[in-house]
Design a protein around this ligand. Structure first.
Ligand code: CUA
Length: 317
């Protein structure tokens, strides 16, 4: 890593390069439109200063096309930048389906990362180079913001809600990771490192750290919780208590008691655990207790991961 002040952070992804190109071009356009104005202003101020003998007749000379031109051309240029920037922005909302899902939980004042196979880490995030990664993020306390300057990307983490961010870092290296939302006394210390590794090194790293994390994958941990917390007593297909069966529900439409329908996604499953009365399934009474003060966000993530994987299993039957 270079010493001293970096005026421009390195670009670790294709998206970062695209953003730099956009910013650079926009900067160039602003100079292009501004410099002539200031040059002419200075020139007129000097040429027509009071003490100077010049022709001040002010003969009327109009050129309609010049006047239309200096309005329409900058307008089209700026509109072009709007379209360009919007397309870059929309890319950020279309994660590729094969992106590696990594769970992120922020809390005062640290970052907790959970890889799909169970490896866990704090403040460091290891990812393979050239592979899309999707972060599924939430906060344990207040709003934080995940910010990696080298990716030119930033996303808030909000308690009780999932937000996500995806990237494809193709340049191996170590890049600073910051919290970009004031979150209390140690906000400025809430940082870490994004470590982009060649895929084979990442595989080795995962293998070494799998045992240091929890037992088994996130989904396996969720399956254990589903049993240990007693969820399965009501929510498995064979349960005697009348509660909506959850295994296999992920990605399917759910009819709600208020007449609406939604698709069971991460947010719905998480809400149903933490805020069970928010959306009650049609045909069931709102008797599910909240687990808001009982479960840590990691445990909710594990349960959701298990319910997702049970969908995959149902499908393969
Ligand atoms: Cu977390 Cu600032």
């Amino acid at each position: 890593m270079s010493a001293g002040i970096e005026l421009w952070p390195p670009a670790a992804s294709h998206h970062a390069q695209q953003v730099d190109l956009l910013i650079g071009s926009f900067g160039a356009m602003v100079w292009l439109l501004t410099i002539p104005v200031f040059v002419l202003m200075s020139w007129f101020a000097i040429r027509y200063r009071r003490s100077r003998e010049v022709n001040r007749d002010h003969a009327p000379t109009r050129n309609l096309w010049v006047e239309v031109g200096w309005s329409v051309i900058p307008f089209i240029l700026v509109l072009g930048f709007y379209v360009w920037a919007t397309m870059l922005f929309l890319d950020l909302y279309r994660p590729p389906p094969d992106a590696i899902p990594i769970h992120v939980v922020a809390k005062q004042w640290m970052w907790k990362f959970q890889h799909p196979d169970g490896a866990r880490e704090i403040n460091n995030l290891h990812v393979p180079a050239g592979r899309p990664v999707k972060l599924i993020m939430t906060s344990e306390d207040v709003i934080h913001s995940f910010y990696v300057p080298a990716l030119r990307q930033k996303q808030d983490l909000v308690p009780g809600r999932y937000t996500s961010l995806w990237f494809n870092a193709d340049k191996p290296g170590r890049y600073p990771l910051r919290c970009a939302e004031f979150c209390g006394a140690d906000h400025s210390a809430m940082g870490g490192t994004l470590i982009v590794m060649p895929p084979q090194d990442y595989a080795v790293w995962l293998g070494r750290n799998r045992d240091g994390g929890m037992d088994g994958t996130l989904a396996q941990a969720g399956a254990r919780l589903f049993r240990d917390l007693g969820c399965s007593g009501c929510h498995s297909a064979a349960a005697s208590v009348k509660a909506p069966p959850l295994e296999g529900i992920f990605g399917r439409p759910v009819a709600l008691a208020d007449g609406g329908t939604l698709i069971a996604d991460d947010q719905y499953l998480s809400d149903s655990i933490l805020l069970p009365n928010k959306q009650v399934a049609a045909g069931y009474r709102p008797i599910m207790p909240t687990y808001g003060n009982v479960l840590a966000p990691e445990q909710v993530n594990a349960l959701v991961a298990y319910l997702k994987s049970s969908r995959a299993r149902e499908d393969s039957k």
